[in-house]
Design a protein around this ligand. Structure first.
Ligand SMILES: *Cc1c(COP(=O)(O)O)cnc(C)c1O
Length: 228
């Protein structure tokens, strides 16, 4: 059985090999360790090896772990965000991946100002149109992007998507390629850099990296000790 650190290193190697095989540089892709299923102790094990970026999907759990662990961890909030949890998340997270409606966006911008925190955020897009998933429908993206672009406190830094679990490799290329194209289009439209393109999980990060992902969110392949 592999240790946690060995699994992290294996994931790191796969990300690096995939990036290089796609003609990209390793440094272009952040490996975000999605620690939502594990305790602060497990996170501390990776921290001791130098890992600094972790992803959580529950506001209360994020707040609790952030309190227990060193302050130089860069926390990413990747879960659905309820408006009454925004302040908690803003207090702990550096990057919020899951902004998908105008009301939430306005609240985030106001609270980031009140808290005096620089928080970057991504618009989550539902590319595949799956009703069960979060994310703004792609036809409503422009409207939300316009609002994101005029935020004064929170910093709009890119786009995020989740692909359906059952998608084929061809479908994954379609979905991730579409998100990458939307990002390029919006960068031109607003004459603005959108450096963060968050796509790819344990089962589909290779396709995501091939399509230009700059953040892969890996949970199972690092933290689960069962083979997938
Ligand atoms: C849990 C989660 C992940 C990690 O998924 P794995 O398949 O375990 O790698 C990535 N992104 C989001 C939004 C998640 O909720």
């Amino acid at each position: 059985m592999m240790t946690l650190w060995e699994r992290y290193c294996a994931a790191e190697r796969s990300v690096a090999e995939t990036a290089v095989a796609c003609g990209r540089k390793r440094e272009e892709v952040l490996l975000l360790a999605v620690s939502k299923t594990v305790s602060a102790e497990r996170i501390a094990e990776l921290y001791a090896h130098g890992v600094r970026c972790f992803g959580e999907n529950r506001a209360a759990v994020l707040a609790e772990k952030a309190k227990q662990l060193p302050a130089d961890i860069e926390w990413h909030y990747i879960g659905p965000l309820q408006s009454n949890k925004v302040r908690k998340v803003v207090q702990a997270a550096s990057v919020i991946h899951s902004v998908d409606n105008a009301e939430l966006l306005a609240r985030l911008d106001r609270i980031a100002g009140e808290e005096g925190r620089t928080v970057r955020f991504l618009i989550e897009v539902s590319v595949s149109g799956e009703a069960s998933k979060g994310g703004v429908p792609i036809e409503d993206l422009d409207e939300l992007a316009m609002r994101a672009n005029s935020c004064v406190n929170a910093v709009w830094s890119g786009l995020m998507t989740m692909a359906p679990l059952a998608a084929s490799s061809a479908e994954l290329h379609d979905i991730f390629g579409r998100l990458a194209a939307e990002r390029t289009r919006l960068e031109r439209h607003f004459s603005k850099k959108l450096p963060l393109l968050s796509m790819g999980m344990s089962g589909d990060f290779r396709e995501a990296i091939a399509c230009g992902s700059t953040i892969v969110r890996l949970g199972t392949c690092i933290f689960s000790d069962k083979e997938d």
